[in-house]
Design a protein around this ligand. Structure first.
Ligand code: GLU
Length: 270
């Protein structure tokens, strides 16, 4: 009898411990953890010219989003917290956030209702939309012309749904990253390459012989994502973004990265 009682008490204590541990894990406040550990892990792109792309010479990732993440880190935490950059892809960013491998995503990530079920987005920080790249001699002029054509896109991005919606008869070919999709266009494996306007403009800058046609056929701005329920981090990011807009940092970065890019007009915040 005594043994049974001892065992039952032991089990109750164990259960209480487990429940406390679980609820603490659930309640972990990423903003406070970053403050304590003095490191913030930003999920970024490394294959996306102008936004986040690796420089082969230095091995560093550069781009508008990298600069913006550094400025946000400083605004939110001062100089003591280090911004660490972790490479993500369209397919991995939400999972890495859920697994707590990264704290925040700033990675050309379009705000969609589907994604909003899993993460919380900041207010928009870049006015992206789908656009079309073709070679200079192509007769394709707009999204409707993509019907019955081979269209190259990157896996896990919003491009597939956009093409299916506006050119339902297009044949979609999917690639792992922007380098591979563009290489396929160059090799003539497809008639057009579709993704966000800013990304295509970045690729175009370094590759003569191609053009963007038809303007943007969707309006799909980017947001910064945090895990659901990370209210403090979410609020801090939004208020830091507003401060960067007010103090001119945002406009300075827009000009630095997009100011001289042909065909890309990004409105400054007044
Ligand atoms: N804006 C696109 C999307 O959110 C591209 C993402 C990416 O390149 O990772 O699906």
């Amino acid at each position: 009898m005594r043994k049974k009682l001892f065992f039952a008490t032991f089990l109750t204590i164990l259960l209480a411990f487990t429940l406390t541990a679980c609820s603490q894990k659930k309640k972990q406040n990423v903003y406070q953890t970053v403050k304590e550990t003095k490191t913030i892990n930003w999920g970024v792109k490394a294959d996306t010219p102008l936004f986040g792309a690796i420089n082969i010479k230095t091995g560093q990732i550069n781009g508008f989003e990298i600069d913006l993440a550094k400025a946000l880190t400083k605004k939110m935490f001062g100089k003591k917290v280090k911004a660490n950059f972790v490479t993500t892809t369209a397919n991995t960013k939400i999972q890495l956030l859920k697994n707590k491998n990264i704290d925040v995503v700033i990675a050309a990530m379009t705000i969609t209702p589907e994604r909003e079920k899993q993460v919380d987005f900041s207010k928009p920080y870049f006015p992206a939309g789908q656009s079309i790249m073709v070679n200079d001699h192509s007769k394709i002029k707009n999204v409707k012309d993509l019907n019955n054509k081979k269209v190259l896109i990157v896996k896990g991005t919003t491009s597939a749904d956009a093409v299916k919606k506006f050119a339902p008869k297009a044949e979609i070919l999917q690639f792992d990253d922007y380098g591979q999709a563009f290489a396929a266009l160059k090799a003539g494996q497809g008639d057009a390459f579709v993704t966000d306007n800013g990304i295509l403009a970045g690729i175009l800058r370094d590759n003569p012989g191609y053009k963007l046609v038809g303007g943007n056929f969707t309006d799909q701005p980017y947001g910064i994502a945090v895990n659901e329920g990370q209210t403090e981090m979410h609020q801090q990011i939004n208020s830091a973004l507003t401060q960067l807009e007010k103090d001119g940092t945002y406009n300075r970065l827009v000009n630095k990265w997009f100011g001289k890019i042909p065909g890309l007009k990004v409105k400054e915040i007044k």
